[in-house]
Write a protein that binds this ligand. Structure first.
Ligand code: TXA
Ligand code: MG
Length: 299
């Protein structure tokens, strides 16, 4: 903990555990460290970062106004895998928000990381700790495989329990819009709010909304069920082999928490074609489908 605090305070990068995926963290007030995040990730400058805070009191320093509905979700779901998009507060540099007047913020459900933010005395900005466009890391080894040498410290707190990124809801518009399906199902949020969330208006407003993202090396092909997977497997050419079928539809939390590891494992095992069976589009299924569709998209 002390080394992590010192590293961040000194303008270094620390890979931090969260319940969704590992983040590549920097102190929000370190311009140097923020610039390093973009350089290390190979991330375009206009792709904003999520601000991680330790408690709801810190929200007032990050956002200039907090709609009541946003506050309701914050109280009900934090710490947890949901990110709120709000009007940017003065203390948030525009390098963090990609030049926008909105800011994305959440309280992660990881005790070490929350304590780190508290001891540092300022929020930590962090994108997922992977190179831009690649598969997100859900354990410390994944971070090590991707970023070793480019990150000052990796905090190993085991595997992420949720395994897909946070749900992002834009509360800077009315009605609120879903920017990215994630760890908290949209149905749960609508239930708390008592009304329906709009879908995003089609513009690529979040980098995770690009068509191709979360991509492994192997070709990912999507099918509806096991029969289709078997039929496709039988038709593969020798160049498309070896192949593997991915189907964890009977247990969606398990599908989500294993997904990025499954994609990485396929590459480690030199699989050429990964045939993934799509879950139904409810609950966590929406986030799993979103990531699989992006993993399968042409570059
Ligand atoms: O679960 C998570 O959200 C993880 C952990 C580390 O917290 N973080 C994560 O960060 O997924 P990243 O950078 O991979 O994705 C953040 C997404 C991006 O798609 C980014 O464009 C969007 O949030 N975002 C952040 N600030 C935004 C803003 N002001 N307006 C629109 N989108 C924003
Ligand atoms: Mg990411």
């Amino acid at each position: 903990m002390e080394v992590a605090v010192r590293t961040l305070a000194g303008g270094g990068l620390v890979a931090i555990p969260t319940e969704t995926v590992y983040g590549l963290g920097a102190a929000i007030n370190s311009d140097i460290a923020i610039a390093k995040i973009f350089a290390v990730k190979g991330r375009p400058q206009d792709h904003p970062l999520i601000v991680h805070i330790a408690d709801i009191e810190q929200l007032q320093f990050v956002a200039s106004s907090i709609p009541l509905d946003a506050l309701k979700i914050a109280h009900a779901c934090w710490p947890g895998p949901i990110t709120l998009l709000l009007q940017r507060g003065d203390q948030v540099p525009t390098t963090v928000t990609g030049g926008r007047e909105t800011v994305a913020v959440r309280i992660p459900d990881n005790a070490f990381t929350r304590q780190l933010i508290t001891k540092l005395g300022s929020p930590i900005v962090a994108p997922s700790a992977n190179r831009f466009g690649k598969v997100s890391p859900t354990n410390a080894q994944h971070v090590c495989d991707d970023l070793q040498g480019d990150v000052d410290l990796i905090v190993d707190d085991g595997a992420c329990s949720i395994g897909v990124e946070s749900t992002i809801i834009d509360f800077s518009v009315s009605p609120p819009q879903l920017l990215r399906p994630g760890g908290i199902p949209i149905e749960d949020i609508e239930h708390i709010l008592g009304f329906a969330i709009g879908s995003s208006d089609g513009v690529s407003r979040a980098s995770g909304m690009l068509q191709s993202h979360y991509r492994p090396q192997c070709q990912v092909v999507l099918v509806e069920n096991d029969e289709e997977a078997a039929g496709l497997t039988a038709r593969l050419t020798p160049q498309q082999l070896p192949s593997r079928v991915l189907n964890r539809c009977e247990n969606l939390p398990n599908y989500a928490s294993s997904l990025y590891n499954d994609l990485r494992q396929a590459d480690d095992d030199n699989i050429q074609t990964l045939i993934a069976v799509l879950p139904s589009n409810t609950g966590l299924g929406a986030a799993i489908i979103d990531r699989l569709v992006k993993a399968a998209a042409p570059i």
